[in-house]
Design a protein around this ligand. Structure first.
Ligand code: ATP
Length: 289
């Protein structure tokens, strides 16, 4: 995760350019497998100066899966999700969401995804209902549909009591929930969430988990990044592990966990962190001063 915008960062989470980018390949037929998947990534690369953040990534996310993307700090999770959601231009590679090429048909792809991005930037001077109404209209939804869905989402996410409170005054949990509501409003087939449950209180976290489980139960696909292995193990049907910009494992949860006693143990092994010892720090706690 980083707060520093890169020159390639596309501004605004709802930005959509129409049509393919100039010079962008349109040979979708070369990737027939993309039609059956929620997300297909092929040969994705991104560098920041000398640092390779995402290194030749191939990934398939099956439709209807609850898909966890995990990896140590700096593994490239946010960079990957930012490219999948059309917020950050890849150096090379192809990405399809619900069979639509994200950088070849950005408008079509964005209609098929809901996004909870890293570093929530919201319209701070609007109330929750105003924000949802504005975003729904931006998406071209009929006013009555926006109002009825917004009312239902605010209720389910326990935000209706916030009433006229401005988003600027929302807590972290409320901000995540209102962003999730905005991501769900147009009922997209794919949800992409960057650390949706980090820094959220247990009550809000449970509400978010319940809404996401209901969404996948109805056939939607959730892809989310997280550092919390127990959460991923409890929620996800599939998991991908990234380390240093590369994919080190991907597949059904049980397959990635293998014979390890927990996903946490499997993760430590996969990212080469199981050598962490207890050596050193002998001075710690020895002073009674
Ligand atoms: N805008 C940027 N400018 C320069 N370097 C960047 C930028 N964004 C990411 N990086 C670098 O790319 C690498 C991958 O970062 P990224 O934020 O994608 O990792 P992450 O897996 O999401 O990490 P975390 O778990 O800490 O959120 C890191 O080395 C990071 O420092």
């Amino acid at each position: 995760m980083t707060d520093t915008p890169h020159p390639d960062q596309v501004s605004g989470s709802t930005t959509a350019t129409s049509g393919a980018l100039p010079g962008y390949p349109t040979d979708h037929a070369a990737y027939p497998e993309a039609a059956g998947q929620a997300v297909t990534i092929r040969g994705l690369r991104k560098s920041f100066g000398q640092r390779v953040a995402v290194d030749d990534l191939d990934l398939d996310v099956p439709r209807g899966s609850f898909f966890g993307l995990v990896g140590p700090n700096g593994a490239g999770k946010t960079t990957t999700l930012s490219m999948v959601t059309g917020l950050l231009r890849p150096d090379s590679g192809r990405i399809f969401v619900a069979g639509v090429d994200v950088w070849g048909d950005p408008v079509g792809a964005k209609a098929r995804m809901g996004v909870l991005p890293d570093g929530l930037r919201l319209f701070e001077r609007l109330s929750g209902p105003e924000l949802l109404s504005y975003l729904g209209r931006l998406r071209g939804m009929p006013a009555e549909t926006v109002t009825s869905r917004a009312t239902e989402l605010l209720h389910v996410l326990d935000l209706d009591e916030a009433g006229g409170k401005l988003v600027a005054d929302y807590s972290t949990g409320m901000r995540k929930k209102i962003t999730l509501a905005a991501a769900l409003l147009h009922s997209p087939p794919v949800l992409l969430l960057d650390e949706p449950l980090e820094a959220v209180d247990p009550v809000s976290a449970r509400i978010i988990r319940t809404v996401l489980s209901r969404y996948t139960g109805a056939g939607g696909t959730v892809i989310f990044s997280s550092h919390v292995m127990a959460l991923v193990e409890g929620l996800c049907s599939h998991v991908a592990v990234m380390s240093r910009g590369r994919l080190v494992a991907s597949g059904p949860l049980a397959e990635v966990r293998g014979s390890a006693s927990s996903l946490d143990d499997a993760f430590m092994h996969l990212v080469g962190a199981d050598e962490v010892g207890e050596g050193g720090l002998s001075w710690l706690g020895s002073s009674q001063a």
